[in-house]
Design a protein around this ligand. Structure first.
Ligand SMILES: Nc1nc2c(c(=O)[nH]1)N[C@H]1C(S)=C(S)[C@@H](COP(=O)(O)OP(=O)(O)OC[C@H]3O[C@@H](n4cnc5c(=O)[nH]c(N)nc54)[C@H](O)[C@@H]3O)O[C@H]1N2
Ligand SMILES: Nc1nc2c(c(=O)[nH]1)N[C@H]1C(S)=C(S)[C@@H](COP(=O)(O)OP(=O)(O)OC[C@H]3O[C@@H](n4cnc5c(=O)[nH]c(N)nc54)[C@H](O)[C@@H]3O)O[C@H]1N2
Ligand SMILES: [Mo]
Length: 774
């Protein structure tokens, strides 16, 4: 039952009984209280399935069951007893469903049959699989140019499905691979290689057991990677310092009651997590990082003058890096008052944080969306790398740079070839292995695909999972562009907005989930995934499929390929789908880092894909790690006449991206509602606003287009000045497509310049603008 709307501060620690209770509720709501618990026990076991939730690694995949509330919810949502059947689709028009909330759409449960949209009745009706594939083939083959099709991937797709998908799409003739990671850690994939020569993190889970200090920038582990709390909890108990920078006082960053710890559970005690949580302003992290580096550089000079040990790791800097001089010159030219203004923190606070960093022999720098989803996200990431390099915190045990990825296999999908900018070396190997000529021209990412749609250049859109129409920015423009396509195809498990925002023709192709048995011609198959720390391991579901008519993702890709390419294909699609070992052999042939793939993935716990940076081998043009200068302190483009606030868009504790588990966000004290705006008292008073007032949020657009979301409730929260927060995806209409990082094309979802307008009296728009001071 939906809780009543209320705002009540949450006083307990994160985790604990609250988490167990929430899991019980989720299993009951999905009608799987009993079977669900058995399913959970098979999660992340050597012979079980990989959690479809986040990408945080598991201790060697060999431990006993590690409890995680949000992992349990992700599983419950997939293993649900609810079914979204042809009868459901017959009973509701698409126009009617558009009026439903995202929560209600997903609550219909698993889709059981392939469905095709029927324009005359405005309803979906069942279609045979063969007819569905034939429709796709007809559309794709009818295109004048293969580049008029876009092939989206969301990061839950397995390595096997992703590899087949890129093989099909490249044999078809395009590199158009918009991917969820284009809205996520793309700033890492583009930024880190310039610094460290790799686009991934350099840590392993065991480093968390050795670190003296762990810094967490813009990441919310208690909600988005709860199994990380075990590492943080243990680190805190053995006395490691944990310092976080976040505009929210995220509860799990403050204190945590470990559900795996019987004593804490029974005695209702908890462990403090962050030694210190600094409430940085939205977009203020570079100021913090530069401030910390400034302290380090100055402390090093004082140490030299006083004949004390160095603060900077000069052996490492001289032996492995270049570019420090330019960074130091820039730091000297950056005044403290500017750093304080941008970060919202005092020089004393930043100095204190820097001192913790200086005292730590081994430090880990963790970061998430608060760093990457800014207009200069790529460069933000590089400042984290700078700070790590200054003290040699890359490539030694207990230290490293740790971007926490989102989807459970978003990293793996990229590793096996889902990329719009493939290297020539990779394409050469693909060509040698399969004998067709892959296209060389680079393709579209999410933003450029949307722009091509808006220009009318795209005809067909196919999505391997995800909820593209809801996850993307700038809905008014982008959703209209999706509606103008000839065909949209969604390979999905559950009903979502992308099944309603569709082209002239539309298909829903329901697939198996990770918890389910995947039987092919040679018997049950396992798939493989790569976690945030580059560990690759197998996953095999044991549940009965939600419906007999589901196909696996690899089978769907192969059937699309056969229906499209027919006899012109050089690939043995049926052979590959019959035995996923053969797909893994092909992956190994194309990507040598997967050597002995099938053998190694059968070792319990899987294997680690080597990271050169971890071994202090720098795959940069100079062969060294690079210190890189960030000009100025602004992470986001100021719209000029900025009289408003920076809005950051975040996840609640009860959602998985666009999947809303409930309307509550208990750690932030919000119940039964999501249309809320977190803002501090000073900014409220400044605008004559009080708690529970209703406001419209309006983007300070620079292209003349109006972007508004309406009727958000004011929730006073001790947030930093000059900024505010609301939930994603409801606020996506506010994110302009142009507001993105020019290097990685990541939308700046963590900083949108907005102003507030009172919701009442909609006619007199001009009078409603509430300006600071009025
Ligand atoms: N349960 C659950 N798990 C998930 C997901 C989910 O939706 N639900 N999503 C998955 C995916 S795809 C991803 S990418 C990850 C996302 O995981 P996170 O990276 O944790 O993502 P967010 O919740 O968007 O934002 C992270 C934090 O950044 C803070 N923040 C906002 N703006 C700023 C800023 O300018 N500076 C700083 N320092 N902090 C800021 C927010 O307050 C929030 O605590 O989680 C994955 N795991
Ligand atoms: N404003 C704003 N926008 C954002 C973000 C933000 O922080 N703020 N975050 C961005 C980020 S980090 C990301 S990763 C994107 C997320 O974008 P997406 O990955 O596109 O979105 P999801 O909500 O994760 O997709 C959910 C859908 O996936 C389908 N699904 C679930 N499991 C499976 C499966 O096993 N197979 C298949 N085929 N389908 C499945 C279900 O139908 C479900 O409805 O959103 C981005 N957009
Ligand atoms: Mo993500």
């Amino acid at each position: 039952m939906a809780p009543r709307k209320s705002i009540r501060p949450y006083k307990s620690a994160a985790g604990g009984w609250g988490a167990l209770r929430a899991t019980g509720t989720a299993l009951t709501e999905q009608g799987i209280a009993l079977s669900g618990s058995t399913t959970l026990l098979r999660m992340n076991q050597p012979t079980g399935f990989d959690c479809p939730g986040c990408a945080w690694p598991d201790p060697k995949h060999t431990s006993s069951f590690e409890f995680c509330e949000n992992g349990a919810k992700a599983v419950a949502w997939e293993a649900t007893a609810r079914r979204c059947t042809p009868e459901f689709f017959a009973a509701h028009t698409v126009s009617e469903l558009k009026g439903w909330s995202d929560y209600d759409l997903e609550m219909q449960g698993r889709i059981t049959e392939p469905m095709v949209y029927d324009r005359a009745s405005d309803r979906y009706r069942p279609i045979d699989w063969d007819d569905a594939f034939a429709l796709i083939g007809r559309h794709l083959n009818g295109l004048a140019d293969p580049n008029a099709a876009e092939f989206y991937t969301s990061g839950r797709t397995s390595n096997e499905a992703a590899f087949l998908y890129q093989l099909f799409v490249r044999e078809f003739g395009t590199n158009n691979f918009p991917d969820c990671s284009n809205m996520c850690h793309e700033s890492t994939s583009v930024g880190l290689p310039k610094s460290l020569g790799v686009g991934k993190g350099t840590c392993l889970l065991e480093d968390f057991d050795l670190a003296d200090a762990i810094f967490i920038f813009g990441q919310n582990p208690g909600t988005n990677s709860p199994r990380m709390m075990t590492s943080l909890h243990n680190a805190s108990r053995r006395g490691a310092a944990i310092i976080s920078f976040n505009p929210f006082r995220e509860r799990a960053l403050e204190r945590f009651q470990a559900p795996q710890n019987p004593i804490e559970m029974v005695t209702m005690t908890s462990t403090p997590i962050s030694s210190k949580l600094y409430q940085v302003r939205v977009g203020g992290d570079v100021a913090v990082l530069k401030g910390m580096m400034k302290v380090l550089v100055e402390a090093d000079e004082s140490a030299v003058a006083a004949d004390k040990p160095h603060v900077l790791d000069w052996d490492f800097i001289h032996g492995h890096t270049q570019g420090l001089d330019a960074v130091v010159a820039d730091l000297r030219a950056t005044p403290w008052d500017a750093i304080e203004r941008m970060s919202g923190l005092s020089q004393a606070d930043i100095t204190a944080a820097a001192e913790v960093y200086m005292r730590a022999d081994k430090a880990i720098l963790v970061y998430g969306m608060g760093i990457v989803q800014h207009s200069r996200g790529t460069q933000n990431v590089q400042q984290i790398a700078n700070l790590a390099l200054m003290r040699g915190n890359v490539g030694k045990p207990g230290a490293g740079v740790c971007p926490v990825r989102g989807h459970s296999n978003v990293q793996g999908d990229r590793t096996v070839g889902i990329t719009e900018t493939p290297s020539d070396e990779f394409l050469d190997r693909l060509e040698r292995r399969f004998g067709f000529k892959p296209p060389r021209a680079h393709g579209h990412n999410v933003v450029t695909a949307l722009e091509a749609m808006i220009r009318g250049e795209v005809k067909v859109f196919i999505a391997m999972g995800g909820n593209f129409a809801a996850a993307v920015p700038d809905w008014q423009q982008t959703q209209n562009a999706i509606r103008s396509l000839d065909l949209t195809v969604q390979v999905s498990t559950k009903l979502n907005r992308s099944h309603l925002i569709i082209g002239r023709e539309a298909l829903i192709l329901p697939c198996l989930g990770r918890t389910e048995v995947d039987s092919q011609a040679t018997g049950p198959q396992s798939i493989t995934v790569e976690d945030s720390m580059s560990m690759v391991h197998a996953s095999a579901g044991q549940n009965r499929p939600a419906s007999e008519r589901l196909l696996s993702e690899p089978a769907i890709v192969a059937a699309m390929a056969k229906a499209t390419l027919g006899a012109r294909s050089v690939v043995d699609w049926d052979g590959l789908v019959a035995d996923y070992d053969l797909i893994r052999d092909a992956i190994e042939d194309v990507f040598p880092i997967f050597q002995a793939y099938n053998a190694r993935v059968r070792i319990p716990g899987g294997f680690h894909l080597t990271s050169t940076a971890r071994e202090r081998i720098w795959m940069t043009p100079s062969g060294r790690a690079n210190f890189l200068v960030f000009e100025g302190l602004g992470e986001d483009a100021d719209p000029g006449d900025m009289d408003g606030l920076w809005l950051t868009t975040v996840r609640s504790h009860d959602q998985y991206n666009t999947t809303i588990y409930s309307l509550s966000d208990r750690y932030r004290g919000v119940f039964g509602q999501r249309d809320v705006l977190f803002i501090n008292q000073r900014e409220m008073e400044n605008r004559g606003l009080k708690a529970d007032d209703r406001v419209d949020l309006v983007t300070q657009s620079t292209d003349g287009i109006e972007r508004t979301v309406r009727d958000f409730r004011i929730v006073p929260y001790a947030f930093p000045d000059g900024c505010c927060a609301a939930y994603y995806p409801e606020t996506n209409p506010l994110v302009p497509l142009y507001s993105r990082d020019p290097s990685s094309f990541t939308p700046s979802s963590k900083a949108i310049a907005i102003r507030l307008v009172r919701s009442a009296n909609r006619e007199a728009a001009a009078d409603r603008i509430v300006r600071p001071g009025g």
